[in-house]
Design a binder for this molecule. Structure first.
Ligand SMILES: [Fe+2]
Length: 295
């Protein structure tokens, strides 16, 4: 039995009948009960936005989120819902974000962005740089499950260096998606490329909310402190719309060895140097998203 820890899950398809997630309200409620029982206190409702397939919009998602919150309140489920989207890569995403057709996470500067699953887009870096240049922080969803990561790993490292955040799926850590996603999840965690864990839950049976299980695996690999960062501290910073330069960067395995050798708490000088370097690069190269803090 897992000891319950407080967590925030910023990626789920819990809204009923709106995409390939929960097919109807009963499943949404069952998913919410599972999340609540596992220690999740805030759940982001992030349905797909993919023109021609899932024509969801910001206002519609917000209304559906408010309605599901009302149903959960009626049932006495103490889960707080926030709206967002799992926005597939499309042209002019910055315009969509500014016009709120594409909702960011809880109205913050952070937005979930899903690249194509099987085909790498040419110069996909430029797409993410545009979002950063527009004052938003893209969170690239489940890189470990994209089939082209094996041939384009350097792209993900470059995107991370440039300020794109990475969200790994908790089920990838537990092996629910097979050996390859598990390998890439572990490798990215070891190399300090993963900012947050989330469930990307689609139902109450298959692809269910399993953040506690993913957190437990992360804790065995990375230690308690970084596990807490992945499922609570950085997600809370997103909800608070904090400037990414104020948020601790994920440490690499080398940093963690150093930390362990010293006290097992806090970040190493090497980590802090790397973090400062990233912040400097970000502020010098990309327009600061600070202006969007109150958006
Ligand atoms: Fe998703």
């Amino acid at each position: 039995m897992l000891l319950m820890k407080r967590m925030i899950d910023l990626h789920s398809h819990i809204l009923p009948g709106i995409d390939d997630g929960a097919a109807h309200l009963d499943i949404s409620i069952e998913m919410a009960r599972i999340a609540e029982a596992s220690g999740v206190t805030v759940q982001a409702c992030t349905p797909h936005i993919l023109p021609g397939v899932y024509n969801n919009t910001g206002p519609q998602i917000l209304l559906a989120t408010i309605e599901l919150q009302r149903r959960l309140d009626e049932k006495g489920i103490s889960l707080r819902l926030v709206a967002g989207a799992d926005a597939h890569v499309v042209p002019n995403m910055v315009a969509g974000l500014r016009e709120k057709r594409i909702p960011s996470l809880a109205g913050s500067r952070y937005v979930l962005v899903e690249p194509p699953h099987h085909v790498p887009l040419p110069r996909i870096e430029n797409f993410f740089f545009d979002i950063l240049g527009g004052g938003f922080v893209p969170i690239l969803t489940h890189p470990e499950r994209l089939t082209w990561i094996e041939t384009h790993y350097a792209v993900f490292k470059e995107l991370s260096r440039a300020g794109t955040w990475m969200q790994v799926t908790s089920g990838s850590l537990t092996g629910a998606f097979g050996r390859r996603p598990k390998y890439w999840a572990e490798r990215m965690l070891n190399e300090g490329l993963v900012n947050i864990l989330a469930t990307d839950a689609h139902g109450a049976r298959r692809r269910r909310p399993d953040l506690a299980e993913g957190r437990a695996v992360a804790a065995t690999w990375l230690g308690e402190q970084e596990a807490e960062e992945l499922v609570l501290v950085r997600p809370q910073a997103i909800l608070d719309n904090r400037d990414p330069s104020e948020v601790s960067a994920p440490p690499s395995v080398a940093d963690r060895r150093w930390d362990k050798g010293m006290s097992g708490t806090g970040h190493s000088d090497e980590h802090n140097r790397r973090s400062r370097g990233w912040r400097n690069w970000f502020s010098q190269t990309i327009k600061s998203p600070r202006a969007n803090r109150d958006r």
